[in-house]
Design a protein around this ligand. Structure first.
Ligand SMILES: Cc1cc2nc3c(=O)[nH]c(=O)nc-3n(C[C@H](O)[C@H](O)[C@H](O)COP(=O)(O)O)c2cc1C
Length: 733
């Protein structure tokens, strides 16, 4: 509901808000520009009587003095029948500039207030400001639920490796600008409501013009007591009496009120405060225009500058979600279906998988009803199985379309009982991988419904893992299911295999190091750095396989390390590729798996093909920051990948230390054993703010994490906390 409202308002008012915000940002500069020209005496330094005397001395025929909201001092005068308006220095009366309202700013103001139109334009601006206010509040609610609660509002906004940049930029910018946008929008709505009499305007109290005057000769202006008592910083406007008219008076408007002063006695003849309502109104008005505090106006202006970017990134996110959302044909009614598929998704990619499942089941004659998890209902009269596909968000929480699921499950009648299976979608880079899928499984187990098969997990939307789950599900429900998920991936480009070396045959871990160059002469490699991912499209399959990159485009070659699996479509394709043959690839950025910037030590831990990105990091270590590699393999004479290159980096100090562990050597050891042996050094490195990057198989990553947890115990550090600080990053598979 909140998301729909947010998207709808964004789409409807996007262009209008873009115009209002951009013009507002331009206008916010004006008070600051005026202020930069003005001389602003300290409070107590100049009173209105002194100022008026200086003005009259420099500009005979002075009629009015006005202090602009920017603190610039403006004098209106008529000399020899010619009217003039000048900005002056209030201390010396020196001329600063002729005063002429800027035609450009007036035009922008008209655009900002009414789209250069009449009161209809003003009304549209008012409604747009209200839309902006609702967008801000709904956006804040959405962000809180995405981050896992209000307490986490200011924690870093994580994104999955597969996410596009748009949604993250949208959330980051909106969070930074929201306070300024709320205040601008709120004050704008207020002003519109006053203008259209939706709110009643508090009238400004006015002093009554004095009728009984002695008409004595005027005293010199710098002797007038009432003017002497008003500090220049409180002045708004002083209107002089008509020349040679002893029955006229000085009209003075200050910050708090207004009144009339006798030109002979210099005493107040009448004075009234504006009243609290009018003062509040002026304050809100000045807050909106930035007149009250030019610096705050500039901050609002900067916040307003984010609006065009928010409109564009918001539209992109909406479009991406729309593209990913299901276009289901033949969705069976809930009460007729034999298979119920419920989907928990936030950014919609899980729907692509659900759609593939729907298609495969339907092909085998099933009547499938597919819906969001929030739509769980006791209508499944003919259902024989319940399949749940769900992502995880925030800090292991439910995605938007599954937030009511657990509660609804509890409310189902006790007689309700369906065989079920859960498939979790997540990203292993998050602390609580597929946590919500686990919560759902647990809740279903507690209901004591029969479980069709163990809960499976899909890391980073892997099409392969989905196919494997499909095969397992097929066995469980006795259907020859074959699932094909086609992800939307960037355009591919052909690359030619330029070099290849083979390892690991003797230890039953056949592995290739491959290097590709552009196929077409004159074409450059796309931009990437080590640790990014390359997607490979195997002929005959639409599902790309992702590999970590072992080189940067600067190296002039695209390098990967591939372990050949017996039935692996892609690994066999790659390992059998001949020099000069072509593979179609695309690059997927993986910004989370990179050494942090700076000079702090880096600890690299990997095993098998996990060395891939790590060798790329070492190769790129031209600043010679301390880098320590802990590398695991089976046997040094068979699968010691990049052996010579690593030796050369030790020699030229790109690599500070190399620790090796081979599990099938004379003295078998795993990489975590090497870590254990090096406890003292690792503790020292962590005390020096080191960052750890781990790459390799899932089991190795788990063992390494638990070993390090023990090693860091005396330092009161643990992997969970280090992960949150970005000092421990994993790329495991
Ligand atoms: C802000 C954010 C938070 C996430 N939190 C987690 C998490 O805690 N655990 C996890 O396994 N995956 C997490 N993910 C990854 C998503 O669950 C994963 O990318 C999933 O495939 C997205 O599915 P969807 O596009 O259908 O929403 C998170 C992703 C984002 C953008």
């Amino acid at each position: 509901m909140k998301r729909r409202l947010h998207s709808l308002l964004g789409l409807l008012f996007g262009t209008l808000l873009l115009l209002i915000a951009s013009s507002g940002a331009i206008l916010s500069v004006q008070p600051a520009m005026e202020r930069s020209l003005a001389t602003v005496p300290a409070r107590g330094a100049v009173n209105v009587a002194d100022l008026a005397a200086i003005a009259v001395q420099h500009y005979p025929g002075t009629e009015q003095i006005e202090r602009l909201p920017s603190d610039a001092m403006l004098v209106y005068f008529t000399h020899n029948g010619n009217p003039g308006a000048v900005l002056i220095d209030p201390l010396t009366g020196k001329f600063i500039a002729d005063y002429q309202p800027s035609a450009f700013f007036s035009w922008i103001k008209d655009l900002h207030r009414a789209f250069l139109w009449d009161s209809r334009g003003r009304a549209i601006v008012g409604v747009s400001a209200l839309a902006m206010l609702i967008l801000c509040f709904s956006g804040v609610f959405l962000l809180a639920s995405r981050l896992g609660g209000w307490k986490k509002m200011f924690t870093p906004i994580k994104s999955a490796a597969t996410d596009a940049i748009g949604p993250r930029l949208h959330a980051e910018l909106a969070r930074a600008a929201v306070l300024g946008l709320v205040l601008s929008a709120f004050t704008g709505v207020w002003l519109s409501a006053l203008r259209f009499d939706i709110l009643t305007e508090a009238p400004e109290q006015e002093a009554t013009f004095p009728t009984t005057l002695a008409g004595s000769a005027p005293a010199p202006i710098d002797t007038l007591v009432a003017l002497k008592q008003v500090d220049l910083r409180d002045l708004h406007q002083l209107i002089f009496p008509f020349p040679n008219d002893p029955l006229d008076v000085y009209a003075l408007r200050t910050h708090q009120g207004s009144g009339y002063i006798d030109q002979a006695s210099g005493q107040w003849l009448a004075y009234t405060d504006y009243g609290n309502g009018a003062m509040l109104q002026t304050f809100i008005m000045e807050l909106h225009t930035g007149d009250a505090y030019w610096w705050l106006g500039l901050l609002f202006g900067i916040a307003a500058l984010t609006v065009p970017v928010l409109v564009v990134t918001g539209t992109m996110t909406w479009w991406q979600r729309r593209q990913n959302s299901p276009k289901l044909k033949g969705n069976a009614a809930a009460h007729l279906a034999d298979t119920i598929v419920l989907v928990g998704s936030e950014m919609q990619s899980t729907w692509g998988f659900a759609q593939a499942l729907h298609k495969a089941l339907t092909t085998h004659g099933c009547l499938v009803h597919i819906a969001t998890m929030n739509q769980l209902a006791p209508h499944y009269i003919k259902a024989r199985r319940l399949l749940i596909l769900t992502a995880t968000y925030g800090d292991g929480d439910a995605p938007a379309s599954a937030q009511q699921f657990l509660q609804k499950l509890e409310q189902l009648p006790l007689t309700f009982n369906l065989p079920w299976a859960v498939l979790g979608f997540g990203d292993r880079q998050f602390e609580r991988f597929c946590h919500f899928a686990d919560q759902v499984s647990l809740a279903l187990q507690l209901q004591q419904w029969p479980q069709l098969l163990a809960t499976h997990y899909i890391n980073r939307q892997s099409g392969q893992a989905f196919e494997q789950w499909g095969a397992a599900l097929g066995q469980a429900i006795q259907l020859p299911l074959s699932l094909h998920y086609t992800s939307i991936h960037p355009a591919t480009m052909p690359l030619t295999l330029y070099e290849r070396s083979g390892y690991g045959e003797a230890v039953n871990a056949p592995t290739c190091i491959l290097g590709f160059t552009p196929t077409h002469s004159g074409k450059a490699l796309p931009h990437f750095t080590a640790g990014d991912l390359v997607g490979i499209i195997v002929p005959g399959s639409e599902t790309p396989r992702l590999y970590s990159l072992a080189s940067s485009s600067q190296d002039g070659i695209l390098g990967i390390c591939v372990r050949r699996h017996k039935n692996g479509l892609c690994s066999n394709f790659l390992c059998q590729l001949k020099l000069g043959e072509v593979a179609n690839i695309f690059i997927q950025k993986n910004p989370r798996f990179k050494p942090c910037k700076g000079k702090t030590p880096i600890i690299l831990i990997g095993a098998g093909t996990g060395i891939g990105p790590l060798i790329g990091f070492i190769r790129a270590n031209t600043t010679r920051r301390p880098m320590f590699l802990y590398l695991g393999g089976r046997r040094a004479d068979s699968d010691f990948l990049y052996q010579e290159e690593l030796q050369s980096y030790l020699a030229d100090q790109r690599l500070s230390q190399l620790h090796l562990a081979f599990s099938r050597s004379q003295q078998p050891a795993y990489v975590q054993d090497e870590l254990q042996l090096d406890t003292k050094q690792l503790q020292e490195l962590m005390a020096a703010n080191a960052q750890i990057l781990v790459c390799g198989g899932r089991q190795m990553a788990t063992d390494v994490a638990s070993t390090l947890d023990k090693i860091f115990l005396p330092l009161a550090l643990n992997i969970k906390a280090l992960k949150q600080q970005g000092r421990y990053v994993e790329d495991s598979y």
